[in-house]
Design a protein around this ligand. Sequence first.
Ligand code: AMP
Ligand code: MG
Length: 540
Amino acid sequence: MKMEGESALLKKNFIEWRFSQYPKYILLPIDENHDQIRSNIKNVIYSEVTPRPLERNVRLVCASEAALTNILDMNPDMMLSSDFVEFIAGRKLPYGALPVAHRYGGHQYGLWVGQLGDGRAHIIGEYVNKLGQRWQIQLKGSGQTPYSRTHDGRSVLRACIREMIASEACYHLGVPTTRAGAVVVSDEMVVRDVYYTGTPRREKAAVLLRLAPSFFRFGSLEVLSRSGELAVLKQLADFVIKEYYPDIHLTDENRFIRLFSEIAHRTLDLVAKWHGVGFTHGLLNTDNMSLLGLTLDYGPFGFLDSYDGGFVANCCDGEGRYALAKQPDVVVWNIGQLASALKPLLSASQQVHMSHILKTLDTYCKNKILETFLMKIGLKEERWGDEQLVEKLLDMMQQTGADFTATFRQLAELEPSEMVSEAKLAEKWSLKRLASHASWGCWLDQYRERLDKEAVDASSVGVFEDERRRRMLGANPAYVPRSWLLHEAILDAERDDFGKVRFLLEVMRHPYDIQPEAEKRGFSAQPPQWAYELKISCST
Ligand code: AMP
Ligand code: MG
């Protein structure tokens, strides 16, 4: 509950809501040669370009009250106003707006592809909220920019809904992420060949309001480094340090190494968090890797149903480059590209230092992931044999097709002594499946032994068991935005019924708490059979 005084500080109507400060990005080079698509823009970080508003019957699909009130100081009533809808649609820019598209490049599927950039997104300004935090406001799907290449500058409804729900869910799950404020849809149609089968279909265009302290990517630095724009590269690296890594001093001659190390470790901390919730990003190109260690650019992502290390969320990823279990390796590879981008700013000895850091990253990530899984099974610190205990559990899950989210949750819901009882297991659909594995009894004995070791250090076994369950319930969500839930919500939304989208968004505000209505709708039950055959396309 908000205190009365606090909610009085929230802006009630759009006229009052404005950018009170210049965005910091005006300190960076901005190209003023607007509105023309160009393939080779040089020596700028942004291009000034106004959104092309969505036309035709624009309406609100959903809004994140948590993001709008806590980040943008907006009173929830504001979401109901036509001004708000026009704002998201790109028609009504707030006072003080300076719309720009960001120039970046990237490696896609392991290959350098040169300049990409915001081809359908506009950063329209920076809002400094009542906590003094500075947030960039971005519209995605808001029309062409100089970086649109051959594309239409639009986003489709299904993609906006997926990004909206997943980013807010990740936030509430405790996974660092960009945020999402709202989605609007229109009757303007765009054409997408969803599965690239030569059968394009018409879809409704939509816009997503995205929020982040910054949308800079590895590719922001890569494009400058690759094209030899070293003064601008240095300017951007220093800007990132000053604005987003204030613990690093601008006078420190090793600052770029420190920046690299910070970004690398934050990014791998993020990967460990993804693995803890069974999240596969699906498109880990370097243009989708945040310089702040945030989950960025939700496209063909997937939250696991059955556990499978080889799970590939993105059906356009034929070789499985971005499979779940490959995420650590591919992210370390991406960090290697970031290292290459920063190299021109380093002395020979600093370059050696950087390559030493790079060599430690595989192990760092592996340990972080192990730490995450130990927390998920209720263990506070690693002891000898724990790695095998976790590996064995995941092997059994993979072999039995046990559900990722439900298995861990259900491990938290039973006492270890109950996990051999047929009657108790019958109430836990995923654990029951896992318990059909020939090695289940043996694993459970080892797990109980391991818990006993930890309990010896606690004042009493009963207290320890309560504490274990409490910790595990806080580390293992009951709900994640599974593909089938998103799919059903999107089908309805495409027919203008936004009830399921809004409900899913609401449930994901409290993913660790059992919610009766979500239970009734089967959000933590075994997914329907068709869920396992769903394909997620990279076309958005
Ligand atoms: P993504 O696959 O969404 O990470 O996008 C890769 C690049 O393609 C980015 O530079 C996007 O801005 C651009 N892009 C994707 N879809 C569109 C579109 N419909 N219109 C313009 N640019 C797009
Ligand atoms: Mg992208």
